[in-house]
Design a protein. Sequence first.
Length: 284
Amino acid sequence: MSEGVATLGGVRTTVAAGVSLSVRHTPGSAEPAFVLIHGLASNALLWGEVAAGLAAAGHASYAVDLRGHGGSDLPATGFDTATAAADLATVIASLELDRPIVAGQSWGGNVVVELAGRHPDLVGALALVDGGWIDLAGEFGSWEACEAALRPPDIDGMPADALRSRLRASHPTWSSAAVEATLANLRVGPDGRVARRLPIDRHMRIVRSMFDHPPSRFFPSLTMPVLLMPASRPDRPASARARFEAAVAAIPDATVRVYEGGDHDLHAEQPDRVAADLLSLVKP
């Protein structure tokens, strides 16, 4: 390989018997701290440039690799939104964070909504980065249709350099750091070929939990400030826009910052703007 994959790893936090998560800490002395949660089949490294922006403003951040993701353990069980939220509550308590601002991207948004709904005392504010209102049952109607559409492709064995080139071509505005962080979703073997960190069976268990348990049931109980950060694209169906608008209406203290034409991975595409929007949640 001509380039090295971004390095995974961080502080280990035990969340259950035999299960520890990797947490990447970026120091800062200002309160509150930020907790940053990736999406499905992603990893904490994607938050690196956002974390740097938060640190420049004096704020610490903790980017968590959820079960089976990044540098965290891959147990046999616990691949669902509720367990991810419970793990995150354990991380916040273990690190003794005082009502941090918690941000989640994509499925990570659904996770942090469940966290805040079940443990409102742990969360000072929420940021939902093109996620947190994902309702797969509303989008697909049946599990069979959802499963067929969202089962990930089998890319094991692809040369890492070929995947890197594909990522650069499809995301021309991303930095090299963002491309390498995305490549770190996969393991790269000595032969330079990739393999999934999150096996497809665990991936689909998470998708099934998203289908069975949409986050909308928690919206009315989110009494903390909630910043919704949607990527607005013309190809999104009207039904998806309607579900987002319903989320905004149901959340008591909601603010919206729209990213027109934005990539789903806004934290990779526009990290400076995402960091600035997250900092808007800090109370004067």
